[in-house]
Every structure is written in C-alpha cells, then in structure tokens.
Design a binder for this molecule. Structure first.
Ligand SMILES: Cc1cc2nc3c(=O)[nH]c(=O)nc-3n(C[C@H](O)[C@H](O)[C@H](O)COP(=O)(O)OP(=O)(O)OC[C@H]3O[C@@H](n4cnc5c(N)ncnc54)[C@H](O)[C@@H]3O)c2cc1C
Length: 505
C-alpha cells in the first residue's frame, strides 16, 4: 500500500520484500470502510469488491450458548462503503502488488532482504542482499519506511524498543475451505464459553476461519496436531468435505514501539504496533499508517514544513492506534474469561447493558478521530469526513473522493460559498457546496480556477449541524483539518492547511 500511495503521489520509491511472492496464508480477514476508501484512493476498490464479503453482524454467545451481545453494523454508508468487509489477505496483497506496475517511478524488488541501515544528514542508506545469490547492494533514499512486520529488522536497527501492553494469550487459528454450507449463520460468532473461548468468521467464498483459545497447560505443538484440530472442529464441520488451509498458534498480544520515527526512518504496520485481533484492526492500522505517512512525505516534497509534517505522523497515528488497541484488549478480556462464575457475571452485565429488542444489541463503536498533530482545535477536527456523492461540473454524480483532486478542499454550506471565494480562488482550493435550493447553481464566477461541486446528502448537512459549523477544511487524506462558522476563520484555516499540504500543480 505504501508503494501504491507513493506511486500515486509521484514519489519515486523502491519496495523491498525478502519474500519472492505474496505470503499465501491469510492472517487478517477483516477490514473496514476506511480501508476500502484508501483502496479507492489508490484506484483499487472496484478490483477488490468482487473478492470480499460484506460483514453485517457479529454475535457473542455466553455460558448458556445464548446471545449476550449482537453487533449490527449500520447499513448507512457515511464513508461511501459498507462498514465492514471480510476478505482473503493473499488476494489483497496480490492486488496491491500487481498494481505497483502502474508506476514507472516505483521499483518493486522481491527476494531482497534489508540487512543494514545507515543514516546521513540528507539520506538513508540501506544494504540489501539478494536472498538467492547473497549478493549485496546499496540503496540510498531520502526516507525509509520500515513496514517489515512484527519482527522488524528496521526497528531493531534503530534500537527502538517495543512496549508491552500486558495482554498475551495463545490462540489456535484454523483456516478452512468447506465444500458446502456449514449450517451456521452467515455472520461471525464469538463463543464466550469459559470451557473454550472460540470465534468463527465466514470469509469470502468458501473460506472459513475458526479461532480457539489455548487453555492453561496446552501447548502449541499439541494443539496444532491434526487430531486436536479435528476434535475442535468436530462439532462444527464434517472433515470429509473440508480442506484445512492452515492451523497455527498465534500469540494475541498488544505491543507498541516506543517511538515510530528515528531521523529519516519510520516504522509502520506491525513493525510499529501489534494488537490482539479481536477487532480485526492490525492490518487496518498499517494501511492508515502508510496513508498518513506517505501523504506527509508527499507534502514535504511539495515544500511543506518538513519537521512538523514528519513528527505529525506519530503524533496523529499513535494515540489512535493506542485507543483501538485498548478497545481490542478490553474485548479480548471479556472473550477470554475462563472462570465460570466470572463468565456468568459478564453475561448478566452485557445482557443488562443491551439496548433493546429480544436479543441484546449494541451498535459498533466507530473509529475514534485523530487527536494530536496538524489539526485545528475545533469541533470535528481529526474526524474522517464522510464521503457523499457529489455533482461534478459536468452534472455527473460521483463519489466525493473520485471527484476531487488529492489536495486540501473546503466543504461549505451553500449560502456561505461566496464568503471564502477570494481565498479558495487564490490558492486553487476546490469547494464542495452543501446544497441549498436557494443558491443559484451558477455559483462560480466566470474566472474562477476551480468548479464548485455540489452535494445534497442529508448526512453531510447533519454533520455540519452536529458540529455547529458552516465550513469544514479537509486535508488531502480527507480528515477534517478544522471547522468554523466564520468565513475569516475558514480562510485562515484554508491557508494553514495549504501551508502543511501544499500542492504543486
Ligand atoms: C490470526 C490473526 C488474525 C488477524 N486478523 C486481522 C483482521 O481481521 N484484520 C486486520 O486488520 N488485521 C488482522 N490481523 C493483523 C494483520 O495480519 C497484520 O497486522 C498485518 O498482516 C501486518 O502487516 P505488515 O505489512 O505490517 O506486516 P507483515 O504482513 O508481517 O509484512 C511484513 C513484510 O516484510 C517483509 N520483511 C520482513 N523483514 C524484511 C527484511 N529484513 N527485508 C525485506 N523484507 C522484509 C516480510 O517478508 C513481509 O512480507 C490478524 C493477525 C493474525 C495473526
């Protein structure tokens, strides 16, 4: 993903992987609407769509095997995509990797291993070694992103330590292909049974995932044996019609690197943080990391303030990741309860907390906003802006991100558009007007360098009401830089955002 984002931003990059091919076993099985939006940004969402299953519901069962909590993902699509998708990780990686070929300035090098990193005032030098021939080479670049996984060599080479988040539980992960329907609901299930906490997630097509917690005294070697796996799966599937793709024990733990930047070297993805997968967010974190970081590297190249931008990466991403890891650990602690009395108490508590209906239900707790970093201290700043459909200058209805260039934009309540025109025209900042029927569609003065797009999406109008704003200034990554009701403040915010994220065209 980092390579694709760099390619799109016109940055030259080498993408190194010591593996000669995509790792053919899935780990991640879920990503959310924001990740689909990032795939859209790099032009790959439509390619992924046929390969995913929309995930609509997750049910948690208690000690009595009856539901204690139901997450129903909302069916509205504020970000332009369904809230959650189930996918096959090797497929996603194949799509991303093949897409690198679009960019002549991106150089994917497979089967090469980074073995040394040295930093200088104006560049970083990486020694790479061909895995087959052993031949070493030197590669120089202005920046290095260490997205090299949990055992990151880049992290080790910088001396950055991992901080332990005090959660560490071994689980057996079993991926299957089942020849026919298995007679369970087409939704994910968490069996919070103290005798053996387990989860089941139906992937796309005939792919299924089961996860079983190891109990005290059980070893990975014992649990990975075919007879142990068969015994665990026996209540669910007939092994005659099932192919086991993989069964391995993973430690579900929470770790975060003490720092994500060391000079010109950055950590991203599992190299920077690892989360227990109870919310299915590890890979999502990595995608958000590189979207944030590559956006900032592009802004540096375009003349933005280097140090503020580069430090902004960790300032923005770290609190977000920490918060979601905390949520995942809390979810994990509830699922992993082994004491029957405590488990029954949990069931009672969750049932009491349920909102309404015959089944206890809760809605999914959405992703928290970004808090630190390059945002104004205003309502809504740091939130991912919704993705409505907009009418472009040719009267075509298009998704917001497809219709707008990757630069700062301002969304304004229709009547307020003329008040900021002087600044948007001078800085070539596109405007999206939240439609007001009282406003003449011929809103653009003849000499205006940009065309005002229009949206009538009620959710966007509600978003403005909720934040008491008339203007929202958005960054190229579609996070809200700041909101205000005052045109003067809006123009100051536009100038500030364009200062951080200049555009060169
Ligand atoms: C059981 C399980 C379930 C999960 N479920 C989900 C889920 O549903 N949703 C979700 O979002 N996340 C989930 N995750 C987490 C997700 O799989 C990881 O967060 C994600 O794969 C990490 O991606 P990465 O690119 O950071 O690291 P990796 O996928 O580990 O990739 C690192 C790459 O770096 C390469 N490399 C390493 N060292 C070097 C070197 N020295 N030189 C060159 N190349 C090198 C490796 O070959 C590898 O290709 C799950 C994880 C597990 C274990």
């Amino acid at each position: 993903m980092a390579g694709n984002l760099a390619g799109l931003a016109g940055l030259s990059a080498a993408v190194l992987d010591r593996a000669p091919a995509v790792f053919d076993l899935p780990r991640a099985i879920h990503f959310d609407a924001h990740i689909m939006r990032i795939l859209q940004q790099v032009g790959l969402a439509r390619e992924m769509l046929p390969a995913v299953r929309v995930w609509k519901r997750s049910t948690f069962y208690g000690v009595d095997a009856k539901p204690i909590r139901v997450h129903d993902w909302p069916s509205d699509r504020p970000y332009g995509w369904d809230a959650h998708y189930l996918f096959y990780q090797p497929m996603l990686e194949t799509v991303l990797r093949s897409a690198l070929g679009r960019f002549p300035h991106v150089d994917p090098r497979l089967g090469v291993e980074a073995v040394a990193v040295e930093q200088f005032d104006d560049h970083v030098s990486v020694t790479i070694r061909d895995v087959l021939s052993g031949e070493p080479r030197q590669l120089d670049a202005r920046y290095l992103i260490g997205a090299d996984g949990a055992a990151s060599f880049v992290r080790a080479s910088t001396g950055i330590r991992l901080l332990d988040g005090d959660f560490d539980e071994p689980w057996l992960v079993v991926d299957l292909r089942c020849a026919r329907e298995i007679g369970r609901p087409n939704e994910s299930e968490m069996f919070c049974d103290p005798a053996r906490p387990a989860t089941r997630v139906p992937g796309p097509g005939n792919h299924h995932r089961w996860e079983f917690m190891l109990l005290p005294g059980e070893t990975p070697e014992d649990m990975q044996r075919p007879e142990s796996i068969r015994a665990l799966l026996a209540p669910w599937v007939s092994m005659e019609e099932t192919e086991i793709i993989r069964a391995s024990v993973y430690r579900f733990h929470s770790l975060i690197a003490r720092s994500w930047r060391c000079g010109r070297v950055f950590l991203a993805g599992d190299a920077a943080h690892q989360t227990p997968p109870f919310l299915g967010q590890g890979l999502c974190h990595g995608m958000r990391d590189v979207q944030n970081l590559v956006g900032k590297l592009a802004a540096v190249r375009a003349g933005g303030p280097t140090e503020q931008l580069l430090d902004g990466y960790e300032a923005e991403r770290r609190p977000h990741v920490e918060r979601i890891i905390d949520m995942a650990v809390a979810a994990g602690r509830e699922i992993c309860i082994l004491d029957p009395v405590e488990a029954k108490e949990r069931d009672t508590r969750l049932r009491r907390a349920a909102i309404s209906g015959d089944l206890p239900r809760t809605t999914f707790q959405g992703m928290p906003p970004l808090t630190g970093g390059l945002f104004e201290a205003t309502p809504g700043a740091g939130e991912l802006f919704p993705q409505p459909y907009v009418l472009d200058g040719h009267g075509r209805l298009r998704m917001f991100d497809d219709a707008l260039p990757p630069r700062v934009v301002v969304v304004a309540l229709g009547a307020a558009v003329p008040e900021i025109r002087a600044t948007t025209d001078r800085l070539w900042v596109p405007i999206v007007a939240v439609d007001d029927p009282a406003i003449d569609p011929a809103i653009d003065p003849p000499n205006s360098p940009t065309r005002t797009l229009r949206t009538q999406d009620e959710a966007v109008g509600d978003w403005f009401d909720q934040h008491g704003a008339r203007f929202a200034v958005l960054r190229p990554d579609r996070y809200v830089h700041g909101t205000t009701g005052s045109a003067d403040e809006a123009m100051a915010m536009i100038r500030a955002a364009c200062g951080y994220f200049p555009h060169t065209d």
